[in-house]
Every structure is written in structure tokens, then in C-alpha cells.
Ligand binder design. Structure first.
Ligand SMILES: *Cc1c(COP(=O)(O)O)cnc(C)c1O
Length: 376
């Protein structure tokens, strides 16, 4: 897979591991919380499963049997919903799985994948595992994608560009018109992955909606990723999907680990799709909570980037680990990105005031009292 020298002999486990894999940090999950703490570190949904989901799990059938390898019923339902042929729908054990499949379908050693940074922490790892090279383009001053700079970063070696909207972990969404201009600039043989894991929470009327009326399902090199993990609250069952050109999705299917989507995940997703009104009510509750949290944080002096997912971003920079510890001592498990900032998921209603209390005390205990906005 690689021209680099294999890892040097290792005394107790001499098996040779690809050097770029041996150099990867082991996967770090958002911290698990004890019973009294609020787990706000993984952008999970604080609500119980949607109505009908637990019943669907019970009815999902015998666990001594393998599932339908094609997730056919779910793909039919999604094809119906988005008015695309079933070949244009792909389901997998989480949209992270689909990202991995797409990246290894298009890129290997010597190939480049362009994405914004900071963005979803899985991207660099997935690119490295495929043997390809990451090309990162800094977010702009408002923590938004700089799509012009991303288009400029494309070379003959580029095989895919990943656009994360809303951006995890900073929050802003890419606008429809800027995405359309970007798609027009990207060569037709370069895959564009639009990662919309938080699409359901978006309230910006100008935001891109890959599957909306003015969406991008007709663009042969655009694949749109969605997940049941966030708004639908099925993170533990592992189910996500892609909509895109059947030829590209066939390539993803070819790289997939077979039979990864369980019958239980498929049934739960189908049941969730059937209760759209209940979903929208929950999303509205989380969005209201998010906007209230962001407004209050700004009032205290934090320059929170426009939040369009189910999380907010505090640019704590070199104080990140120290501030994260203050949250933790208050029973709030948040997600620190050392040297950069802290992502806080919108969780239970009781967590909101606790977050604000810690955020206010951080501001008060700064060496120099900042004017509003300087914490951003
Ligand atoms: C959470 C998340 C995903 C998807 O997660 P799955 O649980 O694998 O579906 C994908 N992209 C981003 C940016 C995310 O934050």
C-alpha cells in the first residue's frame, strides 16, 4: 500500500504495521459520563427513541439470521421520499462508514482529498487509512468553509472534496449559492461529498440543502450524506445513508464490509421515517434550546459562530483543556480540541443553565476582562 519503510522491529509484537497507521492516534470517543453528569461531547440526541422505534426493534426478527445485505426496504423508502431511483440510495452502518467507503473507492496512495479544517475529526483518519493524502483548507474568520480556497486547492491529484454543512465542530452552514458556484468550479471527475449529518437542525434559509427542492441530486459528481444518528436519535444503532449517482454508490458498495447494516437498524430507521411530525417537534425543541444557549453565551462575551447543528463552539484556543476541565468539574462532559476550542452539544434542558454558569465564570476569571467578542 505504501512506499515508506515498514515500522522497525518491535520486540513483543513484531508484526509489521503500515507506518502511517501505526502513527495514528487511537480513536478517542467523547468521554462517557457518569449518571449525574451531562454528556455533551458527542452531539447525541437527548430524547428517547421516536414513537414506534422500540416496537420496530422488537419486531425486527431473529438475530440468528443475517440481515438483508442491500437494506432494500429502507433504500426503497428513501428513494420514494427523495424521488430518486433506488440505485441512487446507499445505506451503511453510519455515514462515517459511507465516508470510508467513498474515500477508498476513489483514492489511494498519491491521491489527495481536500477538506476544510477544523472540521469533522474522522476525515483525516479515514483519508490516512485509505493510503491517500489530506489537503486541508483553513476555515475563514467566521469559522465557515472557504469554498473558493478549497476549489483553488484542487490539483490533478485530487480525487474528492468533502464539504461539511453545518460544519462539525464550529456550526455554520454553507450557503446554497456558494455551494452551487463551488460545484461549477470543481472538475467533473472529482467527487464532491456533501456531509449533511446535521441537516435537520439547519435554520439558515440560505443554507444548502443537498436533498431539497433546489438540491444537488442531479449532479453526477455530488454525493449527499445523511445520518439517523443525530436528529433521529439512533446513534447507537449505526445507520446512515447516501444519495448520489448509482455508479459512484456502486463503487462504495463494492468497498463496503458486507452485512454491516443490521435488520434492527433498518427497522428502526423505517419506523423513524414514518413519524416525521414527531421528529420535527423534537428538532424544534433542540433548535430553540441551541439558539437560546448561543444568544446567552454571546451576551456573556463569547463570539459563538452561527450554530446550525445541535452544538455550539467556544474558541477557547490555548486555554481549551483548562476550560474543558472546569466544565467537567461542574458535571458537564464537553468535547475539547486542544489549542482550538470546545464543542458543546445541546443536551437536556437542565444542562443549559449549567453550561452558562461555567461559561460565565470562565469569562470572569480571565486575566484581563475582555470586551464582548474577544473570546472568539
Ligand atoms: C456525527 C457525524 C457523522 C455521522 O455519524 P454516523 O453516526 O456514522 O452516521 C458524519 N459526519 C459528521 C460531520 C458528523 O458529525
Amino acid at each position: 500500500m505504501t512506499d515508506a519503510a515498514p515500522t522497525p522491529p518491535h520486540d513483543d509484537a513484531p508484526v509489521r504495521i503500515r507506518p502511517e497507521i501505526a502513527a495514528l492516534p487511537a480513536y478517542k470517543q467523547g468521554k462517557q459520563a457518569d449518571a449525574s453528569a451531562h454528556k455533551l461531547s458527542s452531539n447525541e440526541n437527548p430524547f428517547d427513541p421516536l414513537p414506534g422505534v422500540l416496537e420496530a426493534l422488537n419486531a425486527a426478527g431473529a438475530i440468528n439470521r443475517y440481515p438483508d445485505a442491500t437494506a432494500g426496504r429502507l433504500r426503497d423508502a428513501l428513494a420514494d421520499r427523495y424521488d430518486v431511483p433506488v440505485g441512487a440510495v446507499h445505506a451503511a452502518a453510519g455515514s462515517v462508514s459511507i465516508l470510508a467507503q467513498l474515500i477508498s473507492a476513489v483514492a489511494g496512495p498519491g491521491d489527495e482529498i481536500v477538506y476544510a479544517w477544523r472540521s469533522f475529526e474522522a476525515y483525516p483518519m479515514l483519508v490516512t487509512v485509505a493510503g491517500a493524502t489530506s489537503v486541508t483548507v483553513p476555515l475563514d474568520a467566521d469559522a465557515r468553509h472557504d469554498l473558493d480556497a478549497m476549489a483553488d486547492a484542487i490539483t490533478p491529484r485530487t480525487r474528492a472534496v468533502i464539504v461539511c454543512s453545518p460544519n462539525n465542530p464550529t456550526g455554520p452552514a454553507v450557503h446554497r449559492d456558494e455551494f452551487a458556484r463551488f460545484v461549477a468550479r470543481v472538475p467533473a471527475d472529482v467527487l464532491i461529498i456533501l456531509d449533511e449529518a446535521y441537516a435537520e437542525f439547519v435554520t439558515d434559509p440560505d443554507a444548502v440543502d443537498g436533498l431539497g427542492a433546489e438540491g444537488f441530486t442531479g449532479h453526477a459528481n455530488v454525493v449527499i450524506l445523511r445520518t439517523f444518528s443525530k436528529a433521529y436519535g439512533l446513534a447507537g444503532l449505526r445507520i446512515g445513508y447516501a444519495i448520489g449517482h448509482p455508479r459512484i454508490l456502486d463503487a462504495a458498495r463494492s468497498t463496503a464490509v458486507p452485512l454491516s447494516v443490521t435488520a434492527h437498524a433498518e427497522e428502526a430507521a423505517l419506523a423513524s421515517l414514518a413519524v416525521e411530525k414527531a421528529l420535527r417537534e423534537r428538532v424544534a425543541t433542540i433548535v430553540e434550546r441551541r439558539d437560546r444557549l448561543a444568544a446567552a453565551l454571546r451576551e456573556i462575551g463569547w463570539a459563538v459562530p452561527e450554530p446550525h447543528g445541535n452544538f455550539v463552539w467556544l474558541a477557547t484556543r490555548e486555554r481549551t483543556l483548562d476550560v474543558a476541565e472546569q466544565f467537567e468539574r461542574a458535571g458537564l462532559i464537553v468535547r475539547p480540541f486542544a489549542g482550538d476550542g470546545i464543542r458543546i452539544s445541546v443536551g437536556e434542558e437542565e444542562s443549559v443553565d449549567k453550561v452558562l454558569r461555567v461559561a460565565a465564570s470562565v469569562v470572569e476569571n480571565l486575566p484581563r476582562h475582555p470586551s464582548p467578542g474577544t473570546l472568539g
